[in-house]
Design a protein around this ligand. Structure first.
Ligand SMILES: [Zn+2]
Length: 1020
């Protein structure tokens, strides 16, 4: 396996064989795919228009065991090979991000044409020695107030407000100042009110930024005209600047610092140009689509504002010193229109990384103000450390080498060099490589300017480019280490940026501030940056984070999921009552694992179940326990099936493969909370488990779906997202209303009509109640059938509408906090209704009436609060007839206060419904009676469901309901009939899933439920 150096040696030893007509240059490199180096090193032969592979140029296919790859040179590589003098001039004048890399062992073969001379260059500019200002750059440890913000989200509002606090003067060092709104904002802050405040400004003069409103020169002219003597100005002494005769800084006066009134410091990675400080800050944009557009078109930068006189005066002293030094260098040195024009064109010539695509943000970050003890280390380049290596390089070396858990780096680019004078920069790259090799979670985000040649160069420098993601519009130069220390700075990672240009930054040692910027970094990593092979989405997090990942709701059918998982607190399954356990698997160490791993699924299921239990725990009567005992087990992977079920022993989950993908039902919070809902309802009304009633079974399914919906609403992120997605109308179809999208996708691969087109079931539906005894036992998902999951949708649909209506009632402009309150209030009414409702054939209308009655009987201001929305929802779905709904007010008068009733009913829990005997011989099941627990409670509420047409459904009797229930089960083949009956007479469905079995007893065959199944089994 050849190394990069082997490829270099192979070039040195075979120069003659490689020097062929048409070959412009050779260098070691890597084969690249979509912007990333892949595989072992190769020898790259650069040509003009590529006419074929190595043989076409008379090149060997390999030298010294290293393959030779012919590649068409980029426009700048061609210029470098054919017009080296022009290229060198251009390199001097253009912005560093547009440069081409230099590779070790690189050989240019193209003979420079005689005629092409470099643009005329003036006499060499003399260099001035850099003399630092007096104050030492020592760390400060004390309680500071720091305002943190990011661009494009909130950069300009932060700067505008900072300008607004200027009382006497502002001292600035700036690379690029070409934004009209920043200029206008500064001018009005300096000249508004009484008198003019002073401005000291040292400004560089880079080539024109494509987003510029005016040139740097025009900004200076305008300030000079507006401020007169109040402006003290100097052009920065930069070698390439056309405005100075002498130089200190080779390629840029790259600092972005402003000091107000010797008291407050603004320090940033961003300039005062439009792409770094867009005027329509997304954080205050009322139009989310426009905010996303602003984000996509502008740059990521980090900023801090610190009100601290000593720190402010430290930077001020350096900026004023820069101005004093620069004054002697003022005076136009060069008139090079031709070069300037060429330099501006380089913006279009420079190659970009093909992976860079603008993506909308998932979240917009507002500023935060932190007042806490912290240590702040000022960073200034080129200030010299005792070893003359530069204090930035020395401090960063210590910071990076000290990383124990995580090292997150976001830079516009990384440009490794071959220069001996840049060894302190090369040492930083080595330190990053060492930390990555030591197992530290190293992540690097670079911008589109890190094109594939620079990625090859980075790989050659020892940085694994597999750790790199490309993000369009990154201008930031930020670092977060171990969730504790953060660097906000202007230093780019090139030799000049790290060691020679004027740049400024801060290392802030404070976990609150570090976490703020880390959150923004991880947002970018997960949502807008692209990794090798087009990889997007979330990857595993550092082990030191005592947090785990949970989905917001079902992950859905996309891979990666459209909505990435969130970091959440580690769930505690041992809380009582309603304890949970995941037996047989040791809990993985609590950290954020990548989706698709068993560890991720473990925590996803645990978090969802713990969240559901926490929700119900606060609402259920005290001492409510699982039917199975104190602890309910979650069995996360019980084998292959598109299913999940509750069987009075545990919640059981499975995996199944379809369409080339394996889905795990236990990974979906929707399914986990649905199954848990069965267990909750079983704890509340155990008689329902075995009740021979279609509506009772369907209500069990509906309660599972309502549980999933209510548990999801306990997450602030989904409340906010759902209000936005539905424009405040939660009854619309949404991620919230759609249940188990991922499992449904898998099922659709096998049985397209078995489930909805976009989910397993949708709570946003218009299904209207029909007596299930009159419905077919199976039907496609679009139709209602008596199958419990299908029929459940009638009640769930009404519940979602009641929730949506209750939310709208909360205030004129209800927010996410209102949504949580409504979810809890309606769940409380649901529990009260379930406890009060008798188990009768038309169970749903009894529960509905009991809920309305519970609301009417609530205490104080809550009394009757949701009456109208509840009645409206139940009537719209036919669960209550209009006549019944109108009469419900009388329940309270009749003394059926649900709140009081709940206590009485709770006392009756544990009783069994009576068996009734049906004829088993009718079904070929032998001569002994078939015993079914009949829904035979006395009716408590004189209500009924609506019939199609006019009037109400006539209540059916318990025996008829039980018979319908049994026939349904038999038609679907859900009963394990064991050895009952005559083989010739009975109907056996050998391949269908069994939810019930016949248990022989003294009186006959008892129909006994095994489980509530919730998935799908293809009938073979
Ligand atoms: Zn279910």
């Amino acid at each position: 396996m050849p190394t990069f150096a082997d490829a270099g040696r192979a070039i040195e030893q075979n120069l003659k064989a490689l020097r062929k007509p048409g070959v412009l240059a050779v260098r070691p490199g890597y084969h690249t795919e979509a912007g990333w180096p892949v595989g072992d090193p190769v020898v790259v032969a650069l040509v003009g228009a590529k006419k074929g592979e190595a043989a076409s140029y008379g090149l060997p296919s390999q030298v010294g065991g290293v393959p030779v790859e012919v590649r068409e040179a980029s426009p700048l590589e061609r210029l470098k090979a054919t017009q080296p003098a022009v290229h060198a001039e251009l390199r001097e004048r253009t912005r560093s991000e547009q440069h081409t890399p230099e590779f070790p062992f690189e050989h240019v073969f193209a003979a420079p044409p005689q005629a092409a001379a470099a643009p005329t260059r003036g006499p060499a500019k003399p260099q001035l020695p850099y003399r630092p200002a007096a104050p030492p750059l020592d760390p400060m440890t004390e309680t500071l107030t720091v305002i943190c913000a990011a661009s494009p989200d909130a950069g300009w509002p932060l700067l505008r407000d900072f300008f607004g606090r200027i009382q006497q003067k502002l001292v600035v060092g700036m690379y690029d100042f070409t934004s009209a709104h920043v200029l206008a904002g500064l001018e009005s802050a300096l000249s508004g009110g009484t008198g003019t405040r002073d401005l000291s400004l040292v400004l560089d003069h880079p080539t024109r930024d494509p987003t510029a409103d005016q040139s740097d020169g025009e900004s200076e002219q305008d300030l000079s005209g507006k401020l007169g003597d109040a402006l003290s100005f100097a052009w920065a002494p930069v070698r390439s600047s056309p405005e100075v005769r002498e130089w200190i800084f080779p390629s840029a006066y790259h600092i972005k610092v402003a000091v107000r009134d010797s008291a407050e410091l603004w320090l940033s990675s961003g300039n005062w140009n439009n792409s770094n400080q867009p005027e329509d800050a997304p954080v205050s944009d009322p139009d989310p689509a426009h905010a996303a557009e602003t984000f996509e078109k502008n740059d990521r930068d980090w900023h801090v504002v610190i009100a601290h006189p000593r720190l402010a005066q430290l930077y001020e002293a350096y900026l004023l010193n820069d101005r004093e030094t620069a004054i002697q260098a003022q005076g136009q040195a060069m008139e090079m229109a031709e070069l300037e024009a060429l330099a501006e064109q380089t913006f279009d010539l420079a190659e970009l990384n093909p992976a860079a695509v603008a993506r909308p943000p998932r979240q917009v970050f507002g500023p935060v103000t932190v007042t806490e003890p912290m240590t702040v280390q000022p960073l200034l380049t080129p200030d010299l450390a005792p070893d003359r290596g530069g204090m930035y390089a020395e401090m960063m070396q210590g910071l990076i080498s000290g990383a124990q858990h995580s090292l997150y780096i976001q830079l516009q680019y990384i440009h490794p060099t071959n220069q001996a004078e840049d060894t302190a920069f090369t040492a930083l790259l080595d330190a990053v490589a060492v930390r990555a090799a030591a197992g530290v979670d190293v992540r690097i985000i670079l911008s589109q300017w890190q094109n594939s040649e620079w990625m090859e160069r980075l790989q050659a420098a020892g940085i694994d480019t597999g750790l790199v993601r490309i993000q369009q519009g990154v201008h930031n130069k930020g670092f977060v280490v171990d969730h504790q220390r953060v660097v906000v700075s202007s230093q780019n990672w090139s030799g000049a940026g790290v060691l020679q240009n004027r740049d400024a930054g801060l290392i802030i040692d404070n976990p609150t501030i570090a976490r703020y910027f880390e959150g923004i970094f991880l947002h970018d990593w997960d949502n807008v940056a692209v990794g090798r092979g087009g990889r997007l989405g979330v990857t595993a997090r550092d082990a030191a984070v005592a947090q785990i990942y949970g989905w917001e709701d079902d992950p859905g059918e996309s891979v990666p999921a459209l909505v990435p998982p969130e970091l959440r607190a580690v769930p505690d399954l041992t809380l009582a009552p309603l304890q949970l356990a995941i037996p047989g698997i040791a809990a993985p160490a609590a950290r954020g694992y990548a989706p698709g791993t068993a560890e991720f699924r473990y925590w996803s299921a645990a978090e969802a179940a713990a969240r559901g239990a926490a929700f119900w725990r606060q609402l259920l009567p005290t001492d409510t326990t699982w039917q199975v005992g104190d602890t309910l087990d979650l069995l996360l992977d019980e084998g292959e099936d598109f299913n999940a079920y509750y069987n009075r022993r545990a919640l059981n989950f499975f995996h199944g493969t379809a369409g080339g993908r394996t889905v795990y039902s236990g990974e979906s919070p929707d399914i986990v909370c649905h199954e848990q809902g069965h267990a909750i309802l079983d704890a509340l009304r155990p008689e329902l488990f075995d009740a021979g009633t279609i509506e009772g079974a369907a209500f069990h399914e509906s309660f599972g779906d309502m549980s999933a919906l209510l548990a999801a609403l306990q997450l602030p992120s989904i409340r906010t997202a759902m209000i936005a997605d539905t424009a405040g109308d939660l009854s619309r179809s949404s991620r919230l209303s759609r249940l188990a999208e991922q499992l449904a996708w898998a099922i659709r691969q096998i049985a397209p009509d078995a489930v909805d087109p976009d989910c397993l079931r949708n709570a946003a539906n218009s299904f209207f109640y029909t007596n299930p005894e009159s419905l077919p036992s199976r039907a496609p998902a679009v139709s209602l059938s008596s199958e419990p999951h299908a029929f459940s949708r009638v009640f769930t649909g009404a519940f979602l509408e009641a929730l949506a209506g209750g939310f709208r009632l909360a205030s004129t402009n209800p927010g996410e906090a209102d949504l949580q309150v409504v979810s809890q209030n309606l769940a409380r009414l649901l529990i009260a209704g379930i406890l009060a409702a008798p188990i009768v054939p038309e169970y749903m209308s009894q529960v509905a009436a009991a809920i309305v009655a519970a609301d009417a009987g609530a205490d104080g201001a809550a009394r009757g609060k949701y009456g109208d929305v509840l009645k409206s929802a139940f009537v719209r779905h036919g669960i209550l007839s209009p006549q019944s709904a109108a009469g419900i007010a009388t329940f309270r008068a009749a003394g059926v206060s649900a709140a009081a009733r709940a206590v009485g009913i709770a006392a009756e829990l544990g009783r069994e419904l009576p068996h009734i005997a049906l004829s088993a011989s009718e079904y070929g099941l032998g001569d002994r009676p078939l015993l079914v627990r009949a829904p035979s409670d006395p009716r408590r509420f004189a209500v009924s469901a609506a019939a199609f047409g006019v009037g109400s459904v006539t209540p059916s009797n318990a025996e008829h309901a039980a018979r319908a229930f049994v026939e349904d089960l038999l038609q679907r083949g859900n009963i394990d009939i064991g050895g009952a009956g005559e083989p010739r007479m009975r109907v056996v469905h050998p391949h269908t899933f069994k939810t019930h079995r016949l248990v022989p007893g003294a009186e006959g065959l008892m129909l006994t439920r095994i489980l509530f199944d919730c998935g799908f089994r293809a009938i073979s």
